[in-house]
Design a binder for this molecule. Structure first.
Ligand SMILES: Cc1ncc(COP(=O)(O)O)c(C=O)c1O
Length: 423
């Protein structure tokens, strides 16, 4: 069905949205007398109203309880990271013991690779996507070098085989079939940051494991966006950040998944006291005994002020539930996609796959006419309070986030681009 390009239709759709109340739980930045149409959850999600109270609770406890805050209610700091565990596990489709909130994404990627990239002469290589987010590439390349191997031959990057810059499952399968015997570890994104393409993670894990490789995922753009089933996907590990669709603030504490089958692994790891067996941690013994599960990869006592906003955000995910969020996301991004195709086909080209199973909420857009026109539209939109982001060389990312965006936001974007194109 073709959906009408009218304000009335958008309002009816928003009124019928079972998750509409959640938008009020966010602080939407102002633009003039109104609000921004904020489509940049792919970079920094909006602030949940509850975040301030969670942070204030920590500051108040620090002021009034000081060191005793570790043990006293509310929310003692000693087990504070456990407060986020259950909901976080539900968001990524994991068992609670498989997830932990800690560090930052790139730091967690390195920690995971210490354990799960154990190259040998026969299997020295890491397989990844070409055009990956630079930090991932830097991390992987530096790991290959750290182990004395050569990234020129041992960092294998799967090139996009589709004209729009996306990578087909057949290309991934071919790469694994060709290089599999040399591949130690596969690191793959849940959603590719520039194209917005989402991948069949279960199938990638299956193919990787069949080839004898370890398989890990970077879910920076996947968490809170896709319906993830990490445990069932059989991934060995995954890492992500919480500042994008997880709305936990700039540089928020990140997350990590280690599959239950590695809960008591004797693989090497970089250790710290917070990963030590909880029951004996405070005996302060010299021998490291890892606590079971993802917690065993923790290094330090957690940054409580950093974790506080994540609690507020996860409360909203618990209220919504990922299935309902994902259903809304498909409707909202489908609406945007359909309007662009029917109304703006001569202005915008959609890079992101049309198949909802191959994307999250983000649409990556190229402006017909090239980079300079793209920049001009991007700046025009920003001046009009319509916030997406720009990724070199020529992509505008627009991500309707189902927790707070509306059909009316989508329509506002459409009207603005139409106005711009008609000038
Ligand atoms: C796909 C991907 N990987 C890695 C990173 C780096 O994250 P951090 O700076 O939190 O380590 C980002 C940041 O946006 C990202 O999008």
């Amino acid at each position: 069905m073709t959906e009408p390009f009218t304000d009335a239709y958008a309002l009816v759709r928003d009124a019928a949205d079972p998750l509409r109340a959640l938008r009020d739980e966010f602080l939407i930045p102002r633009h003039g007398d109104g609000e921004q149409a904020y489509f940049c959850g792919n970079s920094l999600g909006l602030q949940p109203r509850g975040a301030r109270a969670m942070v204030a609770e920590v500051l108040d406890k620090w002021a009034t309880q000081a060191v005793e805050g570790h043990f006293l209610d509310p929310a003692p700091w000693m087990p504070y990271h456990e407060l986020v565990r259950e909901t976080l596990a539900a968001v990524v489709g994991a068992e609670p013991s498989e997830v932990v909130a800690m560090n930052s994404l790139t730091a967690n990627l390195h920690l995971m690779l210490v354990s799960f990239y154990r190259p040998t002469r026969e299997r020295p290589a890491i397989l990844m996507e070409a055009g990956a987010f630079p930090s991932d590439r830097y991390a992987l390349e530096s790991q290959v070098r750290f182990h004395g191997f050569d990234p020129a031959t041992d960092l294998i990057e799967v090139e996009p085989d589709n004209d729009d810059g996306t990578i087909s499952m057949q290309a991934i399968e071919r790469a694994i079939a060709t290089h599999g015997p040399r591949v130690s570890t596969i690191v793959w994104p849940g959603v590719q940051y520039r194209t917005g393409q989402a991948f069949d993670l279960e199938e990638i894990a299956r193919l990787g494991h069949a080839a004898g490789a370890i398989v890990g995922f970077d879910l920076a753009h996947g968490i809170g966006n896709l319906s993830l089933q990490l445990h069932d996907s059989d991934a060995d590990f995954a890492v992500w950040c919480h500042y994008k669709y997880m709305n936990s603030g700039p540089g928020a504490v990140a997350g990590c998944f280690v599959h239950a089958r590695h809960a008591r692994t004797d693989r090497p790891r970089f250790a710290g006291w917070w990963g030590h067996d909880q029951a004996s941690r405070f005996r302060m013994g010299p021998q490291f005994v890892p606590t079971a599960g993802a917690d065993g990869w923790q290094l330090s006592n957690p940054p409580i002020l950093g974790l506080a906003p994540l609690r507020a955000s996860l409360d909203l995910f618990a209220r919504a539930g990922m299935p309902a969020l994902r259903a809304k996301s498909e409707r909202l991004t489908g609406y945007l996609e359909q309007l662009i195709r029917t109304q703006l086909g001569g202005v915008l080209q959609i890079v992101t796959p049309a198949d909802p199973a191959q994307r999250g909420c983000q649409l990556s857009l190229r402006v017909v006419g090239g980079r300079e026109r793209g920049r001009a539209l991007f700046e025009y939109l920003a001046a009009d309070g319509i916030i997406g982001d720009w990724r070199e060389p020529d992509v505008i990312r627009i991500s309707p986030a189902p927790l707070y965006n509306t059909h009316a936001d989508v329509l506002r974007f459409m009207h603005a681009v139409s106005m711009w194109a008609q000038r």
